[in-house]
Design a protein around this ligand. Sequence first.
Ligand SMILES: Nc1ncnc2c1ncn2[C@@H]1O[C@H](COP(=O)(O)OP(=O)(O)OP(=O)(O)O)[C@@H](O)[C@H]1O
Ligand SMILES: [Mg+2]
Length: 357
Amino acid sequence: MTATSLHGVEIDGITKLYGDAVAIQDVSMTVSAGEFVTILGPSGCGKSTLLRMISGFAEPTSGDIRVGGKSVVGLPPYKRDTAMVFQDYALFPHRTVAENIAFGLRMRKVDKSEIARRVEEMLELINLKDFGKRRVSEISGGQAQRVALGRALVVRPAVLLLDEPLGALDMKLRKQMQAELKKIHRELGLTFIAVTHDQEEALTLSDRIAVMNAGCIEQFDAPEALYRRPVTRFVADFVGGANLIDAEVGPAGSLLINGKPLAEMPADIIGARPVGSAVSIVVRPEILSTSAVGENDLGVQAVVTEVLFSGPVQQIVGRLADGKTLVAHESALKPSLTRGETVTFSWNKTLSWLVDR
Ligand SMILES: Nc1ncnc2c1ncn2[C@@H]1O[C@H](COP(=O)(O)OP(=O)(O)OP(=O)(O)O)[C@@H](O)[C@H]1O
Ligand SMILES: [Mg+2]
């Protein structure tokens, strides 16, 4: 397929109200040309609303959206250089695969021989070469997903918008389609903005992820940065599943848990927080390990409530004095613990992180 001109997307102070309800609140983000960005967040946080405003199926209440440097607010979808793949695919079931893919080209009055050529080309790209004459009602879910993708790509948009593109597929097909999406993105070099509520999918696919919560973007960053240095408690919890241990900043770069000093934290992790700041320590399960009480005091004591084996890893669940739960992932080769035992959970402080409470 011929390369399209590259366009980035700038979202500049967008707010969207539905009556009195705020669906999007003063969101700004810049997506670079050729980037694969995912908008990740829980149901109802405003992901689809944001995507619909970029594609022209909804208009912002205030703020500006630029595609390739030009404002698109007020333009109809087909004049925006964007194309959208809808979650439910929105295909015409009684038309053939080829007719469905040709739809956008016919709307744009592209001439017949050119349409035929580009549809053929697209069928090849989406791996449905022999399916052109098949009706959409007679193909599988995964194939329909590829037809929806082909129908959007065939108009050669600069920006492809995907709303939960793999939401309706089973796990195995989902993994397979994730790999295909990534390959198509690499080969075509277009800008992709996808929406998902599946954090693993976002981490696998994206150059950068925008984590949304209640109409706001809490962090827009590379996957590793979101995982290692979440800026809010919500991001720490939503991306990757973290242990959040409540603490307070003590004197001289220490942390206090229930008034007891933990260990010194690296100064760059404490940052500029003053003594007395209420924080949560973000500890991923894979850096947490258990030891007998007294052996390693630089941790927290917890009662073991569960030991679960799952292949090479054993999951050890502990309960802290304040009732909160900790999960450690340790080698299954380590001698197992007994429920009810009190142990120390400790971790490499340089690999943990802090968020404000
Ligand atoms: N047309 C509409 N009229 C009124 N309210 C709407 C409309 N569309 C969406 N909303 C509201 O705006 C908020 C954001 O909706 P949106 O569809 O963007 O969420 P989402 O993040 O895509 O959620 P999901 O993951 O469930 O698809 C929700 O509270 C929703 O009820
Ligand atoms: Mg949605």
